[in-house]
Design a protein around this ligand. Structure first.
Ligand code: FAD
Length: 442
């Protein structure tokens, strides 16, 4: 009997899942498996928001696999030891998995490769989370693309991989029902009350809803803060509940599709930078000899959404409440932390990694460095003025009122400048005065 374990990682779906499809095509029986990796859980991945999303996704994956005659073997511990244990228990001759290029994924791949080889088990890698895998598009001298626009030009014209076949039945040995651990046994605290439900089913429904209701205005409205114009699929893409290729294929031929393709290209762009510069999470991409300020009080106010700048605080409160933040708000709060307060981007990236359901090492660090002026931005000195941003992207103040209940009574755009209210009204607000002047520190 030729059997293979399919090791799921950041590809928690049955549609367009190349590793699953290849194992079914090439082997007689398939054992789908996932390991709650103790090393990942010890880091910021133990964030309650992401763990809650992950557990939802695993339950959903198990039920999709069961509907096809299989099920998910769930283990907990060292990913290499556990994968090998499962392969030996089921007498599998191969392990199939998606390729990945983050520093951690590469180390895992190397360890797993050695462990499999020692047991004469074949390790088979299939295409991973990118539409164009890192290295597939390289500039003439090799390495990676440092600037987005040239990358976008070649990415746009690159051939698209065909979608992997969705299995109807999965031939498998008997797999006992999955017992997911309780969230509280893994997480450091409680998840935010407003996080989205994880899983492929929820992700595909969200994609469908967005395409039929909001996609039309995406290109024009994606920067509008109060509009629900963007897909909010980033956590589903991060965990692979929906493949980026599926999303692209659904929009590419429609009006406005190019703008969405551009955003998915940003995702691949940061992944290819990280693949070539694995030190990116710790070191400046372009060292600018930045002298960051140490200011724990200002950092605390920024984290708590109490800077006195409503547009910044609304973004930070959205993050705390939903484990998500609108892209424009991410840019505003990141610019405020690094350029107005002069605080090191690493503090901001760590806070995002703790709370975002979509926190992804390449996109998080790549975007933080971009905004901080140490990354791939060709205009590293640009500073986003939060007031101008607020007037432009939240002209009536609806986004601010949604997340700052203490300012909910202030009508119209006046909500962006509560310090202009008469002193008595201002004092009644229970909202702090601005913690810093807006002039750039650079
Ligand atoms: P849509 O507008 O619907 O876009 C579709 C998809 O394109 C997104 O789901 C995402 O996968 C991708 N995408 C869009 N913009 C970007 C971008 N600038 N970089 C990379 N991919 C992009 N995105 C993450 O997925 N994880 C992160 O940890 C992350 N951290 C960020 C930190 C900062 C400081 C900034 C400025 C941006 C960060 N982003 C991150 C990018 C972006 O904000 C989110 O991808 C986006 O807000 C997700 O919302 P959406 O799914 O509605 O996006």
């Amino acid at each position: 009997m030729r059997r293979a374990v399919v090791l799921f990682t950041c590809d928690l779906r049955v549609h367009d899942q190349p590793a699953l499809a290849a194992a079914i095509a090439e082997r007689e029986q398939v054992i789908p498996a996932f390991v709650l990796d103790e090393r990942v859980l010890a880091g910021s991945a133990a964030s309650p928001n992401r763990l809650s999303f992950l557990l939802d996704s695993l339950r959903d994956l198990d039920s999709s696999l069961r509907a096809r005659g299989a099920g998910l073997v769930l283990a907990h511990g060292d990913v290499v030891e556990q994968t090998l244990r499962i392969a030996l228990r089921f007498r599998a001759q191969a392990v199939y998995m998606s390729a990945d290029t983050t520093p951690y994924a590469r180390e895992r791949r190397a360890r797993l490769g050695r462990a499999c080889a020692s047991e004469r088990i074949e390790l088979v890698e299939l295409p991973g989370p990118s539409i164009c895998e890192p290295g597939a598009l390289a500039p003439k001298g090799g390495g990676h693309y440092r600037v987005f626009t040239p990358y976008w030009r070649v990415w746009r014209d690159a051939p698209r991989p065909a979608a992997a076949a969705t299995p109807r039945r999965i031939p498998t040995p008997h797999i006992a029902p999955m017992r997911a651990p309780a969230l509280r046994s893994l997480a450091r605290g409680r998840p935010s009350s407003g996080i989205a439900a994880g899983g492929e089913t929820a992700g595909r429904e969200r994609l469908q809803r967005w395409l039929s209701r909001s996609f039309e205005g995406y290109a024009e409205r994606r920067d509008e803060l109060p509009a629900q114009a963007t897909s909010r699929l980033s956590p589903y893409l991060h965990f692979g509940c929906v493949s980026a290729g599926t999303m692209l294929a659904r929009v590419e031929s429609r009006a406005g599709g190019e703008e969405l393709a551009r955003q998915l290209c940003w995702r691949d762009f940061h992944r290819q930078v990280l693949a070539d510069r694995p030190d990116l999470p710790r070191h400046d991409y372009r060292p600018r000899r930045s002298r960051w300020r140490r200011d724990p009080a200002a950092l605390g106010a920024w984290r708590a959404g109490l800077t006195g700048y409503p547009i910044v605080d609304a973004g930070m409160r959205q993050l705390a409440a939903e484990g998500f933040m609108h892209n424009r708000a991410r840019m505003i709060v990141a610019s405020f932390l690094t350029k107005t307060l002069g605080i090191d981007w690493r503090h901001g990236a760590a806070h995002f990694a703790e709370l975002l359901c979509d926190a992804d090492v390449a996109s998080n660090v790549g975007n933080w460095q971009w905004v901080a002026g140490t990354g791939n931005d060709t205009r590293p000195n640009r500073v986003l003025n939060p007031l101008r941003q607020a007037r432009r992207f939240d002209p009536d103040g609806r986004y601010v009122r949604r997340y700052l209940p203490e300012l909910a009574e202030i009508a119209g755009r006046g909500v962006h400048e509560p310090w202009r209210l008469p002193p008595r009204e201002r004092r009644a607000l229970r909202y702090p005065p601005p913690i810093a002047a807006l002039a750039s520190r650079r």
